[in-house]
Design a protein around this ligand. Structure first.
Ligand SMILES: NC(=O)C1=CN([C@@H]2O[C@H](COP(=O)(O)OP(=O)(O)OC[C@H]3O[C@@H](n4cnc5c(N)ncnc54)[C@H](OP(=O)(O)O)[C@@H]3O)[C@@H](O)[C@H]2O)[C@H](O)CC1
Ligand SMILES: [K+]
Length: 494
């Protein structure tokens, strides 16, 4: 499935019109799809349709017309807003069926809501340009307070369709029928919650046109299945990808160990941890190489044979003293390299090293991305797709921007987002686990973006499994325990 910005959707509409499918036809299909969704999901004998002055309102008039056959329908409309030609046409068609919309005024709305109707919210869609205020904001508040179930058309009114951030007053929908494609806001918190159950209706825009106008893929288990690592029956450990993990410090040895364990469970052929001090690890499978950050660490690492470091992961719990050698460390081997946490150093020399390397995967959370982009965490949260894309373009790396919805961006512009997982994953160490499994799965140099996408989905699935068992009390190592079954489910299409 693809994700659309309002601009991309308008361009797709225009391309459809140019190809011979006028907007009026799309609007008819949109309203019909909304009426079908009402029939499928709601048994209310009464339906109250609220129409705005734009094309979202046009969809509402169409839905009202189709619902006349099976429900008692009334329509309240905003009269102040201008009406598009198509919305006007659909309003006339409704009048021809004997239903006259009435003005959306306080008394009329209060009376209508007393009958506990299903409310169809067709006030504003993707054309919202500013926060709702005055009478419209009051009407939305009244609908929310009424306790009536609400089906929103395309976008809950008041939600800006291009961001997960909330502008102001908005409808809290029970269900939203998104038209032609999912909207950005439906995938990102907190706006995501306003959509209720979100579905996408086909309104007759040809698939090729939709594909050509959307730049973001919504990740799904089905979508990443082809990119899960597989192994031949006669393979050996040096063929499935060995991982060198450069991580840990006196305080954060656990981060390094969790990354190593995750990598092993994700099928790494051999995992070597290079860190300072003695390693009290409880997994004997992890090979430990001693590093001294103040005594030629690069020399020590250079001695490790190529077959021990077909992929590198640098960063989980990394000792602060590593910062000074980061650019040289990144450039030391030309193998796929995942940079996490302490290895997301930033600065000109760092950025040059990442760009020159050309095979890096960066895994920042919002705060780390903000630092790398020299902006605020709020700016990243407001526009995570753009933030991930900009960082990927600037560094030439695949960027995995972690969050409740994770964005993956490639330097060539490919972008994907995934909203799976469990709120319990907001706990220390789950990022180290992701870094470890990406280290194991990014052994395919030609498919770093695809493998990163698969890793994000598998990590989220492990979180869902662990969340089902431990709820909000899940801890990062639970993800490692849940990972093998999550991987199997993805492989088997369950
Ligand atoms: N391909 C598709 O998905 C199709 C979708 N359809 C539907 O069309 C809408 C988008 O329609 P559009 O007319 O562009 O926009 P809206 O209906 O959302 O409303 C825009 C009007 O509202 C005014 N506006 C914007 N913000 C506010 C506000 N805060 N308060 C008051 N008024 C506001 C705006 O006017 P301004 O010039 O004042 O900004 C517009 O007049 C989409 O969501 C679908 O439902 C098509 O029906 C079929 C194809
Ligand atoms: K709406």
């Amino acid at each position: 499935m693809k994700l659309f910005s309002a601009h991309e959707m308008r361009a797709a509409d225009q391309a459809a019109a140019d190809a011979g499918i006028p907007l009026l036809l799309l609007m008819e299909a949109a309203g019909r799809a909304v009426a079908d969704a009402v029939t499928r999901h709601f048994a209310h004998p009464e339906v109250l349709v609220l129409c705005g002055g734009g094309n979202n309102g046009g969809d509402g008039y169409v839905a009202a017309r189709h619902l006349l056959a099976s429900r008692r329908v009334s329509v309240l409309e905003l009269s102040s807003a201008p009406r598009s030609d198509d919305a006007r046409t659909m309003r006339r068609a409704l009048l021809a069926h004997g239903l006259t919309p009435r003005p959306l005024e306080e008394a009329a709305l209060t009376r209508a809501l007393e009958g506990r109707p299903l409310v169809v919210d067709a006030l504003f869609g993707s054309g919202l340009t500013r926060p709702l205020e005055g009478e419209v904001a009051a009407a939305v508040a009244r609908v929310n307070a009424s306790g009536c179930e609400v089906l929103s058309v395309d976008v809950p009114s008041g939600v800006a369709s291009d961001t997960g951030e909330l502008l102001g007053p908005h409808v809290r929908a029970t269900r939203t029928v998104q038209l032609a494609g999912a909207k950005v806001a439906s995938l990102f918190h907190p706006a995501r919650a306003a959509f209720g159950a979100a579905e996408v209706a086909d309104i007759g825009i040809p698939k090729a046109i939709l594909e050509a106008h959307a730049s973001v893929t919504v990740l799904s288990p089905d979508g990443v299945r082809a990119h899960l690592p597989t192994r031949a029956p006669d393979t050996h450990k040096y063929e499935v990808g060995t991982l060198l993990v450069i991580a840990g410090s006196a305080t954060y040895l656990g981060a390094a160990e969790m990354a190593c364990r995750a990598a092993l469970r994700a099928g790494a052929g051999l995992v070597t941890l290079a860190s300072e001090g003695s390693f009290p690890g409880t997994w004997p499978e992890i090979i430990h190489e001693r590093l001294a950050w103040d005594h030629d660490p690069l020399g020590t690492l250079a001695e490790l044979g190529e077959n021990r470091a077909q992929v590198r992961l640098i960063g989980p719990g990394l000792d602060r003293r590593a910062a000074a050698v980061l650019p040289a460390l990144i450039g030391q081997r030309r193998v796929p390299t995942v940079l996490d946490a302490g290895a997301l150093g930033g600065g000109d020399a760092w950025e040059r090293a990442v760009r020159d390397h050309g095979r890096c995967v960066l895994t920042p959370h919002h705060g780390e991305a903000a630092k790398l982009l020299e902006t605020s965490a709020k700016a990243v949260r407001t526009a995570p797709l753009e933030a991930a894309r900009t960082l990927a373009e600037r560094t030439g790396a695949v960027v995995v921007l972690k969050g409740a919805t994770t964005v993956v961006a490639a330097p060539d512009g490919r972008t994907a987002a995934h909203a799976g997982g469990h709120p319990g994953m907001a706990t220390g160490g789950t990022g180290d686990v992701l870094a470890g499994l990406l280290g194991a799965w990014c052994s395919d140099e030609g498919a770093l973006f695809e493998r990163a996408c698969a890793g994000v989905v598998a990590h989220a699935r492990a979180g869902e499994r662990a969340g089902a068992r431990f709820g909000d009390g899940l801890i990062a190592t639970d993800l490692i325990g849940a990972f093998p079954e999550a991987w199997r489910e993805l492989r088997e299409g369950r």
